[in-house]
Design a protein around this ligand. Structure first.
Ligand code: TEU
Ligand code: CA
Length: 530
């Protein structure tokens, strides 16, 4: 018997789209995107065919980590509009057939949150992990208030960890409270109340920030998993049509814990993000010293390997079984976009042909549908810079709607823009690509349409890899074959089955399939029916 209700059926067909609200569309001309701007562009999303939008944190915040430092979970950030504007957006989205997910920052607040202000002056408060020890335990930050000792941060120092307890409590170290102590119980109730507040207002679920971080010193994440299992049990009863997608990066652990889905990410799991990076990471945008400089599979040199991703996918689906999903992002606000030097626009159709026909749930980061690039060399804005080689701002620049001076993003003077526009005079735009039937935008739209109208290409039908070198060749279900060549030279593969010789091409470029086998030209791709 399943421990949970099956995921709401709509999730299986979802095509996800991530909106960074400050960068999407500015309706009131202050240089920062807002809810009204998103509402004004729902027709673009509906036209593209996406049906589930995830909006990054849009709650009251001092914005030192772009909103991942929440000072009030129940009020929206004024720069995005009012609570009514959000309600209006959710309702308009519903009329376009689009569900809205919000971002739940479960593991920490801002130091400006009233809970933390109170805790910093009150030695009896247990909402945060607080140590009254001298010297402070390693990793703790000195108290900013009258209370002695200090607190444990969860990410940046200004993001104090909410106290969900320790998997291995220790009376000699009293800040290591058990998971069922009063503070952790209060925080679990608070998470439930926050979720309930927004779900009651028509949103369809959450992307949960740093979902694996809640219980501290938790080998195998067993106690953190129990916490999410409990919340999922509540959700199944109270909001059975809602979903929780985790930022965890380890579906084999997070989905059995209770998430309806998890993301392959640039971190997480046994190889700390190895599977996703083996597909996309060019080593040039956001990069870390500890990441092996392995050539990615979607690289023109044709030196990568698909096998690691395929194995991780197989292992994760085996572990999560029927009821769970894995989302595969094109990029997100934390790591390089698909268009990241040396990968250029010409290489993107092949990447999308794969991403939109693999059984994972596709997640498109705003702007990736027109091939917006990771913009290097930007300033540190709202905590975007993690290390000298890791500036997240490059994946957060304003959406390029048209070819006007503000790119249709905003009418504000450019110096007031949240981040500078991509300065490339040849930067792509939605308007130009809408006019060009051969553009990436039209290709992505057609691939989404094929996925949504062809059960074989959706999340529920089996995948079988026939060739994991170059080109990539795999079957979906009974009748579909996908060929993808991310390299800049012609690549060939044997025909998996003689019946494929008579296959019809549904979409593609540069691929021939005949009795002699498969030949895929540079950056060629094809989806075929046989
Ligand atoms: O990210 C958590 C996280 O671990 C990543 O930021 C990762 O460390 C980084 O991208 C390097 O690989 C989440 C949010 O997505 C991020 O924007 C927030 O800054 C962070 O949590 C804190 O809330
Ligand atoms: Ca605005």
């Amino acid at each position: 018997m399943l421990p949970f209700r099956p995921a709401p059926s709509w999730l299986a067909d979802a095509v996800l789209y991530q909106i960074y609200p400050q960068s999407f569309a500015d309706a009131n001309g202050d240089g920062i995107g807002d809810f009204a701007g998103i509402a004004a562009h729902l027709d673009h999303l509906a036209w593209l065919g996406v049906d589930t939008v995830w909006i990054n944190p849009c709650f009251a915040s001092p914005m030192r980590d772009a909103g991942y430092d929440v000072s009030d979970y129940l009020t929206v950030a004024p720069r995005y509009g009012t609570d009514d504007d959000l309600a209006d957006l959710v309702e308009r989205a519903r009329r376009h057939g689009i569900r809205v997910l919000l971002d739940l920052v479960a593991g920490h607040t801002a130091v400006e949150h009233p809970w933390f202000r109170a805790a910093a002056d009150d030695p009896s408060d247990h909402r945060y992990v607080w140590a009254d020890a001298d010297p402070l335990p390693s990793g703790f930050v000195a108290s900013p208030g009258t209370r002695p000792g200090g607190y444990l941060p969860n990410y940046f120092d200004f993001q104090p960890a909410l106290n969900f307890g320790y998997a291995r409590p220790d009376p000699a170290e009293p800040w290591r409270q058990p998971v069922d102590a009063e503070g952790p119980r209060a925080n679990r109730r608070a998470l439930r109340a926050i979720m309930d507040h927004w779900l009651t207002r028509g949103i369809s679920g959450f992307r949960v920030d740093m979902a694996s971080s809640l219980v501290k010193d938790d080998p195998g994440k067993k106690e953190t998993a129990r916490l999410w299992t409990e919340l999922r049990g509540w959700l199944d009863e109270a909001h059975p049509d809602a979903v929780l997608l985790s930022e965890w990066g380890d579906p084999a652990v997070s989905v059995p814990a209770g998430f309806h889905g998890d993301f392959f990410l640039q971190f997480g799991g046994a190889t700390d993000g190895g599977p996703l990076r083996s597909l996309w990471n060019t080593g040039t945008g956001t990069d870390r010293d500890e990441w092996d400089p392995v050539p990615c599979y979607f690289g023109a040199a044709g030196k990568g390997s698909f096998a690691g991703f395929a194995a991780a996918y197989a292992e994760a689906t085996e572990a999560i079984g029927e009821p769970g999903h894995i989302a595969l992002p094109t990029s997100n606000h934390d790591f390089s976009r698909l268009a990241c030097a040396p990968r250029d626009a010409a290489q993107l159709p092949a990447a999308y042909a794969f991403q939109l026909t693999w059984p994972t749930l596709p997640a498109i980061h705003y702007g990736d549908e027109i091939g917006m690039r990771y913009v290097p060399g930007l300033p540190d804005v709202e905590g975007s810079v993690l290390t000298p080689r890791y500036n997240r701002a490059g994946s957060r620049t304003p959406m390029q709607w048209d070819d006007g001076p503000g790119a249709g993003f905003s009418t504000a003077p450019p110096e007031r823009f949240y981040l500078p526009l991509d300065p490339d005079p040849a930067r792509p735009s939605v308007a130009a690509q809408r006019r060009d039937p051969g553009s990436l935008l039209h290709t992505v739209r057609e691939l989404i349409r094929l996925r949504r109208t062809t059960p074989d290409l959706g999340s529920g039908s089996p995948v079988r890899v026939h060739n994991d070198g170059y080109p990539l060749v795999y079957s979906r279900g009974e009748h579909h074959l996908v060929v993808v060549n991310p390299s800049d030279r012609t690549a060939t593969a044997p025909l998996p089955d003689p019946a494929h010789a008579r296959a019809t091409r549904l979409i593609g470029e540069g691929v021939t399939v005949g009795p002699d086998g498969i030949s895929a030209g540079p950056f060629g791709y094809a989806v075929l029916r046989h």
